[in-house]
Design a protein around this ligand. Structure first.
Ligand SMILES: [Zn+2]
Length: 433
């Protein structure tokens, strides 16, 4: 089978249906065969999957599954139009008519529309101000927020589990040695030294002390307290009968760093990465882990593996929690959204034809502008220009402050696009000129 451009185009039109399991056997076999030999289409499929995951996490698991996706996308596109742009087309270009074309966008674009919409719904729906709570927790920590399903399980003494429904009014105090297990929920704990610990769904931790936390399984993210080292512990199981059944892995992270740690359900390994220089220790070895490096320690004394990691992607599951935290989580949530939007913008600018991107209408502007403003786009000036040009073309008054930042861009071409876009918005706002 050839992998020429028109063939790729055909395959890409089918990727969304392929992901939803909606293709007939014959077409599915075609797509499989093409994916096997075409790296670029495989990458696009991977991007679509990631966007899907981001959407599910942002909107909740029930709202965006399989066939309901197209309907949800259409609904979101409507909400985007009416919520953030007041339902009015501000575009001055005669041929744009982007709102009509957005609804007629090919089906494989829907995940992009949904992703942009999902981000925006979270962005726009800012909850009321959370009560200020600078008081440090009693015990070694407190559960301060739960998102998703409200149920978590807590055991203050080993084995004595009780199920709790989070009501949101007051923190749940954790004594030393307490366990927290999330089911479908995610939750945030604050330690007695003002560190932060977030647990993904289907995870379990033991709070041995304020600065020593054991991850039994699942995924957690922590921000260590100022002036205190954070120790993360995992019991990793060995598959070989000649070795002890499990070994302890300890990651030590410097004060006030951000750390992500995960242990799969079978506890066959433990992975950790931090934005500071950390160290990793088992009964047989000790090694240092440079900042922003993912270290994975398998059971059985095998050497750890290290690779660079993308922290924004790893953190996307925290969006609903940050939303739940209200104003307290707002700065962090905006920064994370901006990073995720930049990823979506990069995917759009890389894979979609310009006419398809334009067909997204105003929903396409924020991710593209976020990408153009991100550090990651600096290494790819051509792609950055493309994203900026289309993002500026699609922009509406809500993107004014983003445009303003691009006006002083070091790339004069990008600065010109931004100036023209602002001029267009000004002209539309004042029809007398
Ligand atoms: Zn291809």
């Amino acid at each position: 089978m050839s992998t020429n451009a028109s063939n790729c185009r055909q395959i890409r039109d089918r990727l969304s249906s392929y992901l939803d399991g909606e293709l007939g056997d014959e077409l599915r076999v075609d797509v499989d065969a093409h994916l096997e030999m075409c790296l670029s289409c495989r990458q696009q499929l991977q991007d679509l999957k990631e966007l899907d995951d981001a959407c599910r996490m942002t909107l909740g698991p029930a709202s965006l599954v399989g066939k309901s996706r197209a309907a949800a996308a259409a609904r979101l596109a409507e909400r985007i139009e009416s919520a953030s742009w007041g339902g009015r087309d501000e575009h001055a270009q005669p041929a744009a008519n982007s709102a009509d074309r957005a609804t007629a966008a090919p089906r494989f674009l829907l995940p992009f529309v949904v992703a942009a919409g999902a981000m925006f719904c979270v962005w726009l729906a800012r909850p009321p101000r959370a009560p200020d709570g600078p008081d440090l927790p009693t015990g070694v920590g407190e559960v301060v927020a739960v998102a998703g399903d409200s149920k978590i399980a807590i055991a203050e003494t080993p084995g004595a589990w009780r199920n709790l429904s989070w009501q949101g009014q007051r923190p749940i105090v954790m004594p030393a040695g307490a366990r927290v297990r999330t089911l479908a929920a995610t939750c945030e704990l604050r330690t007695a030294h003002a560190g932060t610990l977030r647990l993904n769904s289907d995870s379990e931790v033991v709070l041995h002390s304020e600065d020593r936390v054991e991850l039994v399984r699942g995924e957690m993210w922590c921000r260590g307290a100022v002036g205190r080292e954070l120790m993360l512990i995992a019991h990793v199981k060995t598959q070989q009968p000649s070795l002890p059944e499990s070994s302890i892995v300890t990651f030590t992270c410097p004060s006030a760093t951000e750390v992500q740690c995960s242990v799969p359900p079978d506890a066959s390994q433990a992975s950790c990465f931090s934005n500071g220089d950390a160290s990793c220790k088992t009964s047989t070895l000790e090694c240092s882990v440079p900042a922003n490096t993912l270290v994975t320690v398998p059971g059985g004394g095998t050497a750890p593996a290290m690779q660079p990691a993308d922290s924004a992607r790893a953190r996307s599951w925290q969006l609903p929690l940050l939303h739940q935290l209200g104003e307290a989580g707002q700065g962090e949530r905006d920064a994370l959204l901006e990073q995720l939007l930049a990823r979506i913008g990069a995917a759009k600018a890389s894979y979609l034809l310009e006419e398809d991107i334009r067909a997204l209408g105003p929903a396409g502007a924020p991710p593209l502008l976020a990408y153009a403003r991100s550090d990651r786009s600096r290494a790819r000036p051509e792609l950055r220009r493309r994203a900026a040009r289309i993002g500026c073309y699609l922009s509406t008054p809500t993107s004014r402050s983003e445009l303003q930042q691009l006006v002083s861009d070091t790339d004069s071409e990008i600065a010109t696009y931004a100036k023209q876009a602002i001029q267009r918005l000004n002209d539309a706002a004042d029809p007398s000129e």
